[in-house]
Ligand binder design. Sequence first.
Ligand code: PLP
Length: 453
Amino acid sequence: MTDSIDHNTAWAQRDLDHVWHPCTQMKDHEALPPLPIRSAQGVWLEDFNGRRYIDAVSSWWVNLFGHSNPVITAALKDQLDTLDHIMLAGMTHSPAVELAESLVRLAPEPLTRCFYADNGSAAVEAALKMSFHYWLNRGETRPRFMSLSNSYHGETLGALAVGDVPLYKSTYGPLLLDNIVVPGPDCYGRPEGMSWREHSEAAFAAMETALEQHASEVSAVIVEPLVQCAGSMRMYDPIYLTRLREACNRHNVHLIADEIAVGFGRTGTLFACEQAGIAPDFLCLSKGITGGTLPLSVVLTSDDIYQAFYDDYAKMRAFLHSHSYTGNALACRAALATLSIFESRDVLTEVRAKGAAMEAAAAPLRDHPNVGDMRRHGMIMAIELVRDRDSLEPFDWRERRGRRIHRHALTEGVLLRPLGDVVYFMPPFIINDDEIEAMVGAAIRGIELAVAG
Ligand SMILES: *Cc1c(COP(=O)(O)O)cnc(C)c1O
């Protein structure tokens, strides 16, 4: 029975009295208060009035197998009764050991060492520091990093410095490391008739030039393999990564693959780097690693890099970096349960099929006069809205069409969170055909309303 009291409003008001939300201009909540969610099951979120919404963005890209997934939940309950958390310095526990063993088995060679942290930005920080420190331990000071235009690697100061999304970065410019941004392989707006592969390969010339110029002062190049998610879901071809791996070897610079968003199957392979047949020197993982239940991240690296830190204490070579919740036992156990789901069935084939179904459902937008591009890698799909499809002239961002689409979709029971004028879908892998239709349908109708005026 639903009663007539609006429970959402009461919770939203209490929230606004004290909670400061991430990535939000809080004044926006005068027009649209935060949506209070009471429970979540599978792809569905339920608010305090009993209305349900499809979580089309996997709660910021973390959820893989649905909310309250029974496999992960059972493992967590068991772990909670056994061991909650201990510090990982000087001690260890079975979930941390078993997870490291599993990740090493799944990751490309030669990644055999796992360093835990507790969120994506922290993994990026650890990888940057480790790379710098590796060269230092070898007698070289290399204080700079290289990253791609439109990249995003998190929002702590080091991670922000190697990113390139002005919305997050420009305010803090005076605080940041002097990073080298190289024009990237983003395929949006490429010359007519050029394939992704041709464009991405041609784009590599800028990286080659930058490496020739700066290699001796650069510790590492950091990239998001295949999809620049926070950078409006811009995509490129694996050939770029193949070229980059070869060039990093030739110029003797580390390669950091930030697979925090794309790892664990999102692009149709377990890790996006597999599509290029390469292994990075550092692989950063987080988001999907616990199936969307608890914060955890890990940096995988090679034994060669590990050995550069391995020495007598007095030589001051150790990697003395830590976070209180490093290798949290509950989070590691959730990650083990998540990996067990990958082992129990052919998840990657499902991802490819459902990605294709999302694209088919969006086919009515193919020739829409305000759709500048539709792109997809696996189960990440994006629709770029423009004022004019031929010139790709953008809409005025202050008109906030994405926000109108978000509001419309909520009325249809779908949670979308467009990035500016880019509408995207990144739902949990367990979404079914009817839910895909509902999700994409709500977006299509929202787009029609938003472009009309
Ligand atoms: C989300 C994300 C991060 C940062 O992770 P947080 O857990 O939000 O700090 C870093 N890199 C990429 C590619 C991401 O998508």
